[in-house]
Design a protein around this ligand. Structure first.
Ligand SMILES: CC(=O)N[C@H]1[C@@H](OP(=O)(O)OP(=O)(O)OC[C@H]2O[C@@H](n3ccc(=O)[nH]c3=O)[C@H](O)[C@@H]2O)O[C@H](CO)[C@@H](O)[C@@H]1O
Ligand SMILES: C=C(OP(=O)(O)O)C(=O)O
Length: 442
């Protein structure tokens, strides 16, 4: 079993480059299924496990997908008649597989996709996606672990109010509406930058989408869409994660490609904590304060432009180092505190009260063996390891690899003492080093 081993205490300095956004590329790849002519060429694609998974979903539907990982480019030809079933083996690995529902239903009048079920961060239903399709005239049948959607002819434009601004529901309904007859209005839609990226892509394919990035999106259906070229926006969560890495080590890191407009809430909270952030050409410079000057703060996760839930656990690692009482309240997912127990193994002083976690800092974090409970928790535990005394070993790296490209390599490039080891032999070597180190200290 692979582990990442990190030895804390090294300040990070230098430049790190942010990849294309995972949460933008997945819906864009799914949207490529809408093109009945031409090829789609997607650039700045991050080489992530999730990208391989969605590519497999498309190939399984009979689309032709060529991923040039060296050039970060995917070429998709979906112009042929496709199959319309996405089995559980893919949806289980990655919930974003449900994003093929909208495109398949709109183009072929049928989709049969495994129900995603819950995951480590919450129950994550897809009722809002399905209500949207029903409002557009689709018939939905849920049974035997699958959701089947059927339309008699083209979907019909409709006015759809989302009970909450769900990112996935907004994307799925927006994609379905591009080929519907008439106009669809999505009210209380999600406003994330990834929604805007998807709308830009759809418009280049020939769709008529306006208002993406606001709470009302208007889609005028067209008869067909074609392949196009597109470059994915930078990953704001990867950027935010490296911002915390700089802050937690008191380092000075330039984060190339970080888009400051997408990171306002994160920038503002870091500044409250006394982290210096300078907007430079093509990126952000982040300078962490000395540990005694890192100030406590409070955070509430919210839909964009509020503080992102996908940055919650990384900020928790930083708050454990801050002086005073910090509180994080999670309002987006009902169960996104699994990492708290793992932080406690590292000597973190914290308690959960309802949807909030209360921390008394600064904690003297100690290296320990910890388990990544989800994607962002994996990154957060490694960040905590950068500040901890001794060695931290993080297991269950399948979560990390879903969403970070060469995370340990990028941190090592900035000066972190970190490596990924493949098996227990390697770990014994590190144990040996550790005992030498302890011997030197005493
Ligand atoms: C691939 C991708 O882009 N994933 C992101 C996307 O996930 P995802 O699109 O799954 O997240 P949503 O915005 O849909 O979920 C937000 C909340 O709405 C609830 N909900 C959602 C849909 C629905 O039909 N019914 C319902 O109740 C969810 O359970 C959750 O509590 O947005 C989340 C919120 O910013 C991020 O954490 C994920 O990284
Ligand atoms: C929760 C996340 O992703 P997903 O929706 O793909 O599980 C995430 O990116 O932090």
């Amino acid at each position: 079993m692979e582990k990442i081993i990190v030895r804390g205490g090294h300040q990070l300095n230098g430049t790190v480059k942010v990849e294309g956004a995972k949460n933008a590329v997945l819906p864009v790849i799914a949207a490529s299924l809408l093109a009945s002519s031409g090829k789609s060429i997607i650039n700045d694609v991050p080489v992530l496990a999730d990208v391989y998974t969605i590519n497999e979903v498309l190939r399984n539907l009979n689309a032709e997908v060529l991923f040039d990982a060296d050039k970060n480019t995917i070429t998709i030809d979906a112009s042929m008649d496709l199959l319309t079933e996405a089995p559980f083996e893919y949806v289980r690995k990655m919930r974003a597989s449900v994003l093929v529902l909208g495109p398949l239903l709109a183009r072929f009048g049928h989709a049969n996709v495994a129900m995603p079920g819950g995951c480590a961060i919450g129950s994550r239903p897809i009722d809002l996606h399905l209500k949207g399709f029903e409002a557009m005239g689709a018939e939905i049948h849920v049974g035997n672990g699958y959701v089947e959607a059927k339309a008699n002819g083209r979907l019909k434009g409709a006015k759809i109010y989302l009970d909450m601004p769900s990112v996935g529901a907004t994307e799925n309904i927006m994609m379905a509406a591009t080929l519907a007859e008439g106009v669809t209005i999505i009210e209380n839609s999600a406003k994330e930058p990834e929604i805007v990226d998807l709308a830009n892509y759809l418009n280049k394919m020939g769709a008529k989408v306006v208002g993406a990035g606001t709470e009302t999106i208007r889609i005028e259906g067209v008869e067909e869409l074609h392949g196009t070229d597109h470059a994915i926006i930078p990953d704001r969560i990867e950027a935010g994660t490296f911002m915390v890495a700089a802050a937690i080590t008191g380092g000075n890191v330039f984060i190339e490609n970080a888009e400051s407009d997408h990171l306002r809430s994160v920038i503002s909270k870091l500044q409250e904590m006394n982290v210096t952030i300078i907007e430079e050409n093509n990126g952000l410079r982040v300078i962490g304060p000395d540990r005694e000057n890192l100030k406590a703060t409070d955070i509430k996760t919210l839909p964009y432009p509020g503080f992102p839930t996908d940055m919650q656990s990384q900020m928790m690692a930083l708050m454990l180092q801050a002086k005073g009482t910090s509180v994080i309240t999670e309002t987006v997912f009902e169960n996104r505190f699994m990492h708290v127990e793992e932080f406690r193994r590292m000597n973190a002083q914290m308690k959960i009260e309802g949807r909030s976690v209360i921390m008394e800092g600064p904690c003297d974090l100690q290296g320990a063996e910890v388990q990544a409970t989800d994607l962002r928790a994996a990154a957060a535990l490694i960040l905590a390891g950068l500040a901890a005394d001794g060695y931290t070993r993080v297991t269950e790296l399948k979560h990390l690899d879903r969403g970070y490209v060469n995370f340990e390599g990028k941190l090592r490039g900035l000066g972190a003492d970190i490596e990924r080891v493949a098996d227990d032999d390697m770990i014994m070597e590190v144990d040996f080093d550790k005992s030498t180190m302890i011997a030197k200290l005493t």
